[in-house]
Design a protein around this ligand. Structure first.
Ligand code: PLP
Length: 454
């Protein structure tokens, strides 16, 4: 008998158990109290599915950390990595490399406006680190504005510009970072009743903050084009255009963080396209090669690139533009183009996820709001629709949310949950059948949620 992912051999199961034991002995996990963990072993993955160490199959509605935009083990990307590995595994950033040059071309062609120069990093946090550093050197100013309810990464500067509770225990070097309130009508701090009011008031708040901080001291404003982990709250186009105008007015570098929203997730190559906005710097990672090999980067405007035309850019990484990572990006982008994956994501949002979630909101009293675009959606769960009291407090989980996550897993679905929200973020190329099967599980689990609220 041969082993398949659905029917693993006893030796495969034993290996998985051994991996678990070694993990618990030696692996130090991110964002966790180590002794309280019981991580799932993933032994195999394909497309929108993963298999645990015992051979159980799950539909991956999380795309891991919202990065497998083309699903797991896409054959073209796996082949491209293998071919690049056979040819040239690694080369320092100072040399020209075919895979890196081609990846830069493909990315530059897809970013909006004239963001035609690409600085490669190892992931999203360091992309934001470098974007802020470029902005500070370009502007000759220090401060950085960033939104509450945002996430920009886990390195020191990136965690300081982050606007969610992951910043709090790390907030010891945030001099020069100022947070502002973005528009978020469902939980408005501006007492707005319409999206127009919310947008207008959020822009007034931002302009006042700029004036009170001193425009001549502010280097950059960083904003997720559509905030991801913080709640997939899609900003009004007028707000994004207003932010662009304020940055231009005050000479502030506008950095759009597209680490999670970019590369097809929202049904466009980049989420800023929904708002007709061109930032000065655009950061990306995750979907650029679906995370098959770590890669991120900054797409740079001609003005900022020119600052470093004759002047040295004082930053770099040993693996900037790593051949394995950039070969994976070339294959990913080409596959996305060839297979119409961005268009598919757009279609799924409009014809399957959007209508299904609207149905959830109508049928389930535990659902406060649903929102999103493409394959980037959030279901916000509440104890009470009137008061909008969340099913888990801001910055924490709750027994009810844990119960719902467990209920998804026991039904063969891996969800993405954060605080009081479940995000619907499957691969951009998930089939309609798989998507509908996953949504049916969520519908079922929301019945449980309804039973948990008064
Ligand atoms: N920016 C955003 C919007 C993100 O969602 C993330 C990660 O989730 C990051 C930055 C950090 O990226 P990385 O984990 O690759 O450093």
């Amino acid at each position: 008998m041969t082993s398949t992912v659905d029917t693993p051999l006893q030796s495969d199961i034993d290996s998985a158990r051994r991996a678990y034991e070694l993990d618990r002995m030696h692996v130090f996990h991110s964002w966790s109290a180590q002794d309280l963990l019981d991580p799932m072993v993933i032994s195999a993955a394909e497309g929108s599915h993963v298999w645990d160490g015992e051979g159980n199959k799950y539909l991956d509605f999380s795309s891991q950390l919202v990065n497998t935009n083309i699903g797991h083990q896409h054959p073209a990307v796996v082949a491209a990595i293998a071919a690049q590995a056979a040819k040239l595994c690694t080369i320092a950033p100072s040399y020209v490399n075919e895979a890196r040059s081609e990846a830069a071309r493909l990315i530059a062609e897809r970013t909006p406006g004239e963001l035609n120069k690409i600085f490669f990093t190892n992931g999203g946090a360091d992309a934001n680190e470098h974007a802020v550093r470029m902005a500070r050197l370009h502007a000759g100013r220090q401060k950085v504005l960033s939104a509450y309810r945002s996430y920009h990464g886990g390195t020191q500067l990136a965690i300081n510009i982050t606007g969610d509770p992951r910043r709090w225990p790390n907030d010891n070097g945030s001099t020069g970072t100022i947070h502002f309130f973005p528009p978020y009508l469902y939980r408005t701090v501006f007492h707005s009743t319409t999206e127009e009011e919310e947008s207008q008031r959020a822009l007034e708040h931002l302009e006042q903050l700029i004036e009170f901080e001193g425009p001549s001291t502010i280097a950059a404003l960083i904003l997720e084009s559509i905030p991801g982990t913080a709640g997939i709250y899609v900003p009004p186009a007028a707000y994004m255009q207003g932010v662009r105008a304020l940055c231009t007015k005050y000479g502030i570098v506008f950095i759009a963080d597209e680490v999670m929203a970019g590369f097809g997730r929202t049904g466009k190559w980049f989420a800023v396209e929904h708002f007709n906005v061109v930032p000065d710097l655009l950061t990306f990672a995750k979907g650029v090669n679906s995370g098959y090999v770590p890669l991120g980067g900054v797409a740079i405007s001609p003005e900022i690139a020119a600052t470093f035309g004759k002047r040295v850019y004082p930053g770099g990484l040993t693996y900037s533009g790593h051949p394995l990572a950039t070969a994976a990006a070339v294959a990913t982008i080409n596959a996305m183009e060839r297979e119409g994956i961005v268009e598919h994501a757009d279609l799924l949002g409009g014809t399957v996820i959007g209508p299904a979630l609207a149905g959830f909101a109508a049928r389930h009293k535990s659902v406060g709001e649903v929102r999103g675009k493409g394959v980037f959606w959030a279901i916000e769960l509440v104890r009470d629709r009137e008061t909008r009291e969340p099913l888990a407090a801001y910055g924490s989980s709750s027994p009810e949310m844990n119960q719902l996550v467990a209920a998804c897993k026991s039904r063969g679905l891996i969800p993405f949950a954060n605080f009081n929200r479940i995000h619907v973020v499957p691969p951009c190329n998930i089939s309609v059948d798989d998507l509908e099967a996953g949504l049916a599980i969520l519908d079922d689990v929301l019945d449980i949620a309804d039973g948990l609220v008064p």
